[in-house]
Design a binder for this molecule. Structure first.
Ligand code: NAD
Length: 485
């Protein structure tokens, strides 16, 4: 057996500082909240101290965003706004190595993913939306679409910089100003993005970044000076936010959880499908809202798929996120590890069969091995609840109708995957699956031009593409949004 020599990126590339301020009105300052420590989930060492925004800081940031919207950003011609977005995109690309290492340190994801997925896509979102900024009147939302005003944006910890880019780029392109709250466990790359806004000479107040926990997010949601809330995170908090903004006139988009079915037919190219299954659930340690966490395999190929999958999983390398050979990194926090552990225990207690490849986990940090559950029934918690970890539940089906019925048997509706040789079957299935995104013979592909969003408890509204602009333009309510039926 050949072993891989260690190939770590140097942590110094991240240019980590001992402390970070919040970003308000174009400058970094101390917040009035109690500072938080952000840790490296791979070894539990403190990376940095970060200022936390209290309610007074939310006031200041919203006021700065309002001033910037009324005095500069709103009235600015789209072609001028575009230049700033292009600049931000280029600066993200120029600082991509630093950002990738910082993201892996703060989040625990493998450097291979932050380097090849998170950071290039974040830059691509700014590039793409820079292109829209001067063409909004041709986007199909009327001859003179107007921005909404000030957007409050709350993002989770699973793709910290990428989610910030998903939120900021369309909002800015459409002429809104933003107050962004990164997740408490992963604030660092959003603060470097704030620095990039400074470098790009974005007018003060156009982008504000307020680190903090749920109460900072709640202060943003309830603030009367906010015109729109864009939230990505748990369904539970999403519901709370929806109740809070009801009747206030604030516009709202919610991108929440998922429990996607990845469906393998017996005519699928099995080796490619196995790669798709691995990418579907072990990418980013399964901390992916659209993860293919329920594998639906046609009964006739069940044994073959499972054999090949298990063989493939024994080759996954779990460990140091900064090592370029690592496939699966650390779980983002102790709390998330506890949640995954609890649900995996429930899977065993309810009678499913648990399997993991032999793999040595590091002594320190938060780790969970790639795990596959077979003999899963639809009633099991591991088949119904979002685990948000590297845990796959395997179910079987006999006919396409049964596959559709099982795939749709979930309160969520974010994504689905279909693996088959037949184009007609792909279209037949895609028409029946209640999911915002349906991948065919691939999984977890993202592109700024392609709208992303959910049905049912996965939320409503779209991010990306022309549809994503609708969320930030007045009078564009008729644009497609998730229907909650
Ligand atoms: P969360 O919903 O608690 O947090 C997401 C963001 O919302 C964070 O920035 C958080 O500080 C903020 N927040 C928390 N409470 C708030 C409130 N009352 N008002 C406003 N903002 C608030 O999610 P989490 O703790 O990061 O993860 C918990 C679960 O959420 C996961 O296990 C997973 O199921 C799901 N999740 C989904 C996604 C997704 O992309 N759909 C991303 C992360 C987590």
């Amino acid at each position: 057996m050949w072993e891989y020599a260690p190939a770590p990126e140097a942590p110094q590339t991240a240019r980590l500082r001992p402390s970070y301020g919040m970003f308000v009105d174009g400058e970094f300052r101390d917040g009035t909240g109690e500072r938080l420590k952000t840790v490296n989930p791979a070894n539990e060492e403190v990376l940095a101290e970060v200022s936390v925004a209290g309610p007074a800081d939310v006031d200041t940031a919203v006021a700065a965003a309002r001033r910037a919207h009324e005095s500069v950003w709103g009235p600015m011609p789209g072609r001028e706004r575009a230049k700033y977005l292009f600049r931000i995109a280029r600066l993200i690309a120029e600082r991509s190595r630093e950002l990738a290492v910082l993201e892996s340190l703060d989040n625990g994801k493998p450097i291979r993913e932050s380097r090849d997925v998170d950071i290039p896509l974040a830059s691509a979102h700014f590039f793409y939306h820079a292109g829209w900024a001067d063409k909004l009147e041709y986007a199909g939302f009327g001859p003179a679409p107007r921005p909404l005003g000030v957007a409050g944006q709350i993002v989770p910890w699973n793709f910290p910089l990428l989610m910030a880019a998903w939120k900021l780029a369309p909002a800015l392109a459409a002429g809104n100003t933003c107050v962004l709250k990164p997740a408490e466990t992963t604030p660092l790359t959003a603060l470097v993005l704030a620095e990039i806004c400074q470098q790009a000479e974005l007018p003060p107040g156009v982008v504000n970044v307020l680190p903090g926990e749920g109460d900072t997010g709640a202060a943003l949601v309830t603030h009367p000076g906010i015109d729109k809330i864009a939230f990505t995170g748990s369904t539970e908090v999403g519901k709370l936010i929806q109740r809070t903004v009801a009747g206030t006139g604030k516009r709202l988009t919610l991108e929440l959880g998922g429990k996607a079915a990845n469906i393998i037919f017996d005519d699928a190219p099995i080796d490619q499908a196995v790669e798709g299954i691995v990418n579907g659930i072990f990418f980013n340690q399964g901390h992916v809202c659209c993860a293919g966490s329920r594998l639906l395999v046609q009964e006739s190929v069940h044994d073959e798929v499972l054999d090949k999958l298990k063989r493939r999983l024994t080759t996954l390398r779990v460990g140091d996120p900064l090592d370029k050979n690592t496939d699966v990194g650390a779980i983002n926090s102790a709390a998330q590890l506890a949640r995954i552990t609890d649900l995996a225990k429930a899977g065993e207690a309810e009678g499913a069969h648990r399997w993991s490849p032999p793999c040595a986990l590091p002594d320190r940090g938060f780790w969970f091995p790639p795990t596959v559950f077979t003999e899963v029934s639809q009633a099991h918690r591991i088949a119904r609840e979002e685990i948000f970890g590297p845990v796959l539940s395997v179910l079987t089906f006999r006919t396409p109708d049964e596959a559709v019925a099982k795939a749709n048997n979930t309160p969520y509706g974010l994504s689905a995957g279909i693996w088959t040789e037949k184009g007609s079957r792909i279209l037949w299935m895609a028409n029946r699956l209640r999911a915002g995104v349906v991948w065919a013979n691939t999984f977890n592909r993202f592109d700024p031009t392609s709208p992303f969003g959910g049905y049912k408890e996965s939320g409503f509204g779209r991010e990306g593409g022309r549809h994503g602009l609708a969320a930030y333009l007045a009078g564009a309510d008729d644009a497609p949004r998730g229907d909650n039926r």
